[in-house]
Design a protein around this ligand. Sequence first.
Ligand code: KG4
Ligand code: ZN
Length: 357
Amino acid sequence: MQSRYENAMQEKINLLRDKKCVRILALESSCDETAVAIVENGRKILADVVYSQVDLHARFGGVVPEVASRKHMEVIDALIDETFAKAGLALGAVDAVAVTCGPGLVGALLVAVSCAKALAFAWQVPLLGVNHIEGHICANYLAHENLEPPFVALVVSGGHTHILHVVSRGKYILLGQTVDDAAGEAFDKVARVLGLSYPGGPHVETAAKAGNPKAFDFPRAKMKDNPLNFSFSGLKTCVVNVVHNMKQAEKDIPTNDIAASFQTAVIDVLVQNTLSAAQQVGAKTVVLGGGVACNMALKEAMLQEGKRSGITVLVPPISLCGDNAAMIGCAAYDHFLQGEFSDLTLNAIPDMKINYV
Ligand code: KG4
Ligand code: ZN
């Protein structure tokens, strides 16, 4: 049986279909960033606020889920107020509320999901649950206004390494993914063993600039079942063993050379698999997304190899590569246009999949 809210939303959704300007409030709390944005017609960012908890987790060397959830709860209300103020809108002056409902840390996800449900109910506007990985792909629509599917997307972050065929707006086919660690997770673990701070990706990148990428021949895993899949745990273990053996032998650790050789090994497989995927499905465009897409060496290698294969490579600006809510507002608009709304039973789905056609 439909609730009063759902009945009221059916009518509202019919009215919204003809509206020329649709403003969506988007919330994101899947990991260690609390983010709020207001996006107009899925393309124009009216306000975009990100509160990073990086400093809070740095002393633990990684995200502590319970600490993350508590911090999200502490800051989310003030961030929503700030976002409406920045957009020059009265509190609640939006047509829908969107929220990341997965994948991510369950306790962290629940903060924005509960908040979004409460706001949608209080303001009597429709609710839209969004997949975080889809958000990272859609960051590219915000950055490249003429981008339209079909294309291939590589989402590389601390939690995900996915290659997807974006067949049309909101329709995705998963072509490959990591079978163990995500690429960003491998960067963070290698940084840790090298004594670099958290999050490790940017520090490994800086160290790599001063190192020799050929100093160590680290493994590039080839996956038999699906050659477009990734595995980074063997590479990570190999780096850990090299460092451990050098320490045992009381040798100086060549941090920059290890960082450069590790980074090159990761980039080699990311570039190779992504471009093979594009060739396999006949895509002429590849887009990147996620925190690891901030890595300049990855961007340069992807652009250079893409050019060689006649494939255009697009990367969002750094502010849209990491976790943010503007990308969620953008992804939500596609679901809005397709009439795909959520009801108040929406829940956090920590292992939410993305493979819908
Ligand atoms: O997308 P994101 O902000 O959060 C997740 O959804 O995971 O990505 C964070 C990840 C971390 O693992 C971080 O070390 C990595 O992205 N990262 C980088 C760089 N900047 C961030 N990895 C390599 N090079 C970078 N410059
Ligand atoms: Zn992310």
